[in-house]
Design a binder for this molecule. Structure first.
Ligand code: NAD
Ligand code: WQD
Length: 342
């Protein structure tokens, strides 16, 4: 299949591009590099050993998107493009709604106009809200979101579901990711956040290479096994494989499906810190800090629907996630910029 990846230069998009190419598909990227670098695409080309067509454009730019769709005959689109920082979305709600919703509406209109009616979308476990029970299952009604970023995911799910309901030729797969971490085993591509990371694993990685002094553990008084927050961390390469299978599913079905991509296992903040220390033979200093506003105690996925519909399950464990993250970070201590290019 020939597949367009919006936001394909980003963390999850770049890993998915590799998995798609290695599964024999043709991937085309469109990205405006608002949170990524063309260097990521060069690294992808190095891994897959062939060029990847990549357009620098904003998905909200209908003229640019129409030109791309005129030049290629796509079988499906994977829509990664979006702004994703929760705290930033609280500070800049209009920017988040404008970027994430406009890009989706423009993309859907261009797809419709070109008769491309299969889309796999990057949704998030954040859409569930704070559920009283774990694991999270796709048939649980959303309890609402706690920030504008989450609401954009919620609204985009509704937009895509609405289109699938209106036009029976559409196939929509809404992938709800849990907490993607890790990096490609080559160390060539990984997560490269700008500034001080908000998320746990990128923060730990920067402490590990001495760029940050210590980790603040946000609360140790949650009702969890060691008092720290529990999440379902999923290796980005497992997640990327899930997208390859989702494209295959979209090619054979119409309608819309919500599918969790998680391991089904919850680990605490301290599980992550201790595993990172052990597998990488390093020491991550940490201090217990107050709870972070908006955090929940625990979530993890019920991943059984992904197995039933896609034949997907996570294969990599927490040790792989910690090892591969550290490998990428040590080879690229300053991310894609300023590194030796491996
Ligand atoms: P990322 O920021 O690395 O990738 C997103 C990419 O989209 C970036 O390359 C960015 O430059 C691009 N982009 C943003 N707006 C654009 C626009 N208007 N036009 C063109 N390109 C644009 O993030 P990621 O971690 O790879 O996440 C990919 C998707 O998955 C996002 O939609 C994100 O919300 C979603 N998601 C991520 C996580 C996570 O923890 N990483 C969890 C759940 C869902
Ligand atoms: C994980 C755990 C923190 C940083 C976020 C988004 C979610 C999804 C995935 C996009 C929590 C603790 C963190 C730190 C810490 N993204 N922590 N010290 O909050 O589960 O999910 O990313 O859709 O929408 O909300 O991920 O990595 O920020 O936090 O103790 O410096 O680590 O309290 O328990 P989160 P996270």
């Amino acid at each position: 299949m020939k597949i367009l990846l919006t936001g394909g230069a980003g963390f999850i998009g770049s890993h998915t591009c590799v998995e798609l190419c290695q599964a024999g598909h043709e991937a085309v990227i469109v990205d405006n590099y608002v949170n990524s670098s063309p260097e990521a695409v060069r690294r992808v080309e190095k891994i897959v050993r062939h060029p990847v067509v990549c357009y620098e454009a904003d998905v909200r730019d209908a003229a640019a998107m129409n030109r791309i769709f005129d030049e290629h005959s796509f079988d499906a689109v994977i829509h990664f493009a979006g702004l994703k920082a929760v705290g930033e979305s609280v500070a800049q709600p209009l920017r988040y709604y404008r970027n994430n919703l406009d890009s989706t509406l423009t993309l859907m209109e261009v797809m419709q106009a070109h008769g491309v009616k299969r889309i796999v979308f990057s949704s998030s476990a954040t859409v569930y809200g704070n559920q009283p029970v774990v694991p999270y299952r796709e048939d649980m009604p959303s309890l609402g979101c706690t920030n504008p970023y989450g609401w954009t995911k919620f609204m985009i799910e509704k937009i895509l579901e609405g289109q699938a309901a209106a036009d029976p030729e559409w196939s929509v797969v809404l992938l709800r990711y849990f907490n993607p971490i890790g990096a490609h085993a080559s160390g060539l591509i990984g997560e490269d956040p700008s500034g001080i990371p908000n998320n746990l694993m990128p923060y730990i990685a920067k402490v590990a290479v001495g760029e940050l002094d210590h980790l603040n553990v946000f609360g140790n008084d949650y009702p969890t096994k060691d008092g720290t927050g529990v999440r379902d961390y999923i290796h980005v390469v497992d997640l990327a494989r899930g997208h390859v299978l989702a494209c295959g599913y979209a090619a054979e079905h119409t309608g819309s499906e919500i599918i969790n991509l998680g391991t089904g296992v919850g680990y605490s903040v301290l599980d992550l810190v201790h595993t990172f220390d052990r597998v990488n033979n390093v020491h991550i200093p940490y201090v217990i800090a107050p709870r972070r506003a908006g955090d929940i105690a625990e979530n993890y996925a019920d991943p059984s629907k992904a197995l039933a519909l896609l034949g997907w399950k996570a294969e990599k464990n927490l040790e792989d996630m910690c090892r591969d993250t550290y490998h990428f970070q040590t080879l690229n201590p300053k991310g894609y910029h300023g590194s030796a290019g491996v």
